[in-house]
Design a protein. Sequence first.
Length: 131
Amino acid sequence: EQDMSAMGRVRNIEYFISEWTYNKFNFIFGYGYRFKYMDVPALEAFLSFGIVGLFLFLLLQGTILFYAIKALKSESVFQIFLGLIYFHTFISIFTAGRPTDFPYWISYFIFMRFLGVTYEKSSNNLWNPIQ
């Protein structure tokens, strides 16, 4: 019995290899937004947006990964939670979906907004119990 989802990815990877073999020039700027559904976001970013778009996509992933690893060392449970959740997103950019899907962008916005946020105690005594 064949897994049709896996076979679809195999066909898409074969398509990518044939495009790379015969049309390398098109990979400078890519084929355009949502040219072909590849089911592997990193490959689809390369096919759709070219080397420039792939570089920006990987730069975004690398930056968020840096802050996610840094968040794991935080004392904040929320920061640790965000760091761990990003690892799921990081793995999924190599396994399923589209790089421009709405759920990815919502999670990116959450990571960009909250990863690395630190809280300082204020002088308004809200952090200190009344004695």
